[in-house]
Design a protein around this ligand. Structure first.
Ligand SMILES: Cc1cc2nc3c(=O)[nH]c(=O)nc-3n(C[C@H](O)[C@H](O)[C@H](O)COP(=O)(O)OP(=O)(O)OC[C@H]3O[C@@H](n4cnc5c(N)ncnc54)[C@H](O)[C@@H]3O)c2cc1C
Length: 283
């Protein structure tokens, strides 16, 4: 159940990351509690991931345990209330719930995350974010105890939350809106089309690198300082959307961080705007 020396680039959509000393994929809450308690006893740093689509691990070996929640699956529907386990992916969920005439997740359809990461980052798109849908979170805290939190206790805000102050989410309860499946499908397809036209698709990225500054677009700012297509090693700023960095094959975290610094510096020099990281950077 606990593996040693796992290569993290195999667990991120950016295909970046060196080895971590310990790695675990609990299948249920009992296993998760066990791993958290054991890690606590051994004084190990715990890093949860769900699909690794918003995280950059270092190239060097991490002295930690990465707990990947993608095998904790399950969806239980009761009228417009839905219980979803941490390892369920947003694209699959959107289609599944659409068939039940439940609206909310179609907005998040193109986000390649799973519920654990989506709650942690308050994932959102096209005007809807997790905060609008979440009622409760069930968490294994850092002591290995199960706790129940109301959505408001997580302080969900723009691509941030306080979830990691509490522990690891293993399931969440959402309240969705009833609608005709056909209407939901149309919205999902519409958002999906926009995404394919405006963002790099099906290649290794970690989504948006920076948050949009208030009233502005990080992508437009990076583009306007002439950095579209700029490259360090195998990491390149996307020609399609400058807030996405692409791994051309053998990209290194070190090069991602250098490129982020250059983008931040140029945008600051030109506009006096400080770009803030959206992607989670593990050091
Ligand atoms: C092509 C592409 C497009 C994207 N588009 C969008 C978009 O439109 N909108 C948007 O909001 N995001 C977008 N993202 C970013 C990302 O997909 C989302 O933030 C997603 O919700 C992250 O989910 P994940 O499961 O991959 O999280 P991970 O990357 O695994 O983790 C992200 C954070 O959550 C924490 N975490 C993960 N699981 C748990 C858990 N069970 N309990 C506690 N903490 C946990 C991790 O420690 C980390 O801090 C995009 C990414 C890509 C690659």
């Amino acid at each position: 159940m606990i593996f040693q020396n796992e290569l993290l680039k195999n667990h991120t959509t950016f295909k970046i990351g060196g080895y971590v000393k310990f790695f675990s994929k609990p299948k249920n809450v009992k296993e998760l509690v066990y791993v958290v308690k054991l890690s606590k006893d051994k004084n190990l740093r715990i890093i949860p991931i769900s699909n690794g689509s918003d995280i950059i691990f270092p190239d060097y070996e991490l002295n930690a345990i990465v707990i990947k929640l993608d095998e904790m699956k399950g969806i239980n529907i009761s009228d417009d209330i839905v219980e979803i386990f941490s390892g369920e992916g947003l694209p699959k969920l959107a289609i599944y719930l659409e068939n039940y005439g439940l609206s909310g997740f179609e907005y998040l359809y193109g986000i390649p995350g799973k519920i654990g990461g989506a709650v942690c980052k308050n994932a959102g798109a096209y005007g809807v974010e997790i905060k609008n849908l979440l009622l409760k979170a069930f968490v294994v805290n850092w002591e290995g105890e199960i706790i129940e939190l109301n959505s408001s206790e997580l302080n969900l805000r723009y691509r941030e939350s306080d979830l990691l102050k509490y522990g690891i989410l293993y399931k969440a309860i959402f309240k969705l809106k009833k609608d005709n499946p056909e209407n939901i499908r149309k919205r999902r397809e519409e958002f999906s089309e926009i995404r394919k036209k405006t963002q790099p698709y099906g290649i290794p990225t970690a989504g948006c690198m920076f948050k949009n500054p208030s009233g502005n677009s990080a992508g437009k700012l990076i583009e306007s300082v002439g950095l579209k297509g700029f490259r360090i090693g195998d990491i390149k700023i996307s020609e399609k959307h400058a807030n996405f960095f692409i791994n051309l094959g053998n990209g290194k975290a070190e090069d991602v961080l250098k490129l982020m610094e250059i983008a931040k510096k140029r945008v600051y020099e030109e506009y006096g705007i400080i770009l803030e990281e959206e992607v989670v950077i593990i050091k």
